[in-house]
Design a binder for this molecule. Sequence first.
Ligand code: G6P
Ligand code: ZN
Length: 593
Amino acid sequence: MAKVDCDLSVSTVPTAPIAGQKPGTSGLRKKTKEFMSENYLANFVQSVFNTLIEMKTPVQGGTLVVSGDGRFWNPEAIQIIIKMAFAAGVSRVWCGTGGLLSTPALSAVIRARGKGFESFGGFICSASHNPGGINDDYGIKYNCENGGPSPEKMTDLMVEWTAKIAEYKICDKIPDLDLSKPITYDLGDGKSVEVFDCVEDHLAVLKTCFDFDSIRGLISHPDFSMTYDCMSGVQGPYAIKIVEGELGAAAGSCKNAVPLPDFGGPESAWHGHADPNLTYAVELVRDMGLNKEGLPIASDKPIPKFGAAADGDADRNMILSSQFFVSPSDSLAMIVANSDLIPQFKDGLKGCARSMPTSGALDIVAKKKGIECFEVPTGWKFFGNLMDSGTHYFPDKKTYTPFICGEESFGTGADHVREKDGMWAVLAWLQILAKKTEKSGKLVTCEDVANEHWKEYGRNYYARYDYEGVDKAKAEEMMKMMSDKAGSLAGQEVGGMKMKTNDIFEYVDPVDGSVSKNQGIRYIFEDGSRIIFRLSGTGVAGATVRLYLEKYEAADGSLNQHQFEVVKPLAAIALELSQLQSYTGRETEHILN
Ligand code: G6P
Ligand code: ZN
């Protein structure tokens, strides 16, 4: 314990509301300079504390976690939040070393660290996969006592506070603290800041989920090799300690494993977009012998048998094997299909879920296995209630845990934390490969698992088209046009295909009854094909139109075509239905997965 002599007096600083402080799909995200401008951060943080106090959260005397993904301005923001936390009455602040905690690790810390004086919640300083830097993006998100993102009723209250805030409180005489190594600072008056190894809590939770010995066996298999691209985000220390340290992967298996404030910036192959997909994870995709469309290319180097990447805050994942891409929707379905090989689910899986635009591959597995399956709006927070059902949060409701869920946007996870978890997804795949390899005697790859899967369940060919930086008003007009027509196309023939339903997705949470309207426009055809439109909720400027395309091919059909080719005819229909080109002026899209 290091004693810090300091003045804990609270300063009350007058302020005025700042327009636009409204959290989106995943927290408040803005340009870094906007966040750095005068009271921007303080206004939002105070609005969160005011909300917590209004909701009777035990802020007074409580423990708060504050850390982030290592992006530009995090060190300064974390010091400000620490000083405001003490002014709000918090007794203990917990930080990962270097102010680093991946999003799933922060969730694990909230849920599992310090029995007896657990944390009531935490701030994650991250804009996820969005580039970091003074001219790029910044973000902040508040997670609750269950370790999950704030529910909508809470973010609504935060927004109300941002619109009426008149002052904020800060213990501005506390000096900036060195967060670079584990230490506990005693600030006096029962107040402390504890800095702890950023990996330890997450690792402890992951050890309860997987059989590390068996994964170690796979990794030491003479035919196995792997690469894990951390894209200069926060995953580096986790990957080095877990994959190379605990599991024995060769030194150097974890690439770009030093967190950088700009995730490598414009000079990096991914131009600072630490986003694990075929477009941005350029180095990994090339090393795995693929082009950016996921097609095999010649390689003059040996291609690893397993490849993975993580985003800036390490909640996302991409999974590959040599010259083979596992789409996120398939990854989810395949993990569920093989969940009996993962110790976390040894007593059986009770529930699973996907976001609405994620392909229906999961539903087919769940149906065959007799597991309850949910379709929720985009955004991890919607999975939280399902995971908390039957616990002390909703004791009178049926339980759906153990539970696995995921999204097309490269998010996969389970109920061990309340965030998607990039490391968990990697370990889940390694665990499945390990058990299958043990059984068959020869190395089993992700491609083998996928081929086996499609032969049993059929294949949901899938692609997402993104139209980024579109004029917001025009995008909204286009969505309104389709919403106004919703329902009218059901039963009609469009582009040679019969439409079964056409609606606006709305979700009624089965656990707390809350309703989320307007969650995307769906065109669903008789053969199960789907066209979905929605506007992204994570953008920082303008609007991003997302178009999701899906076509099902039965198990006895043609299973080895290229996904982009298969969905192309659907794309043509989608452009006609939306009149996208005339609304947005866009001729070309950016194909994501
Ligand atoms: C974040 C959320 C995800 C969500 C994704 C895409 O990563 O945590 O749950 O799927 O953003 O959101 P968007 O609104 O941009 O499609
Ligand atoms: Zn992320």
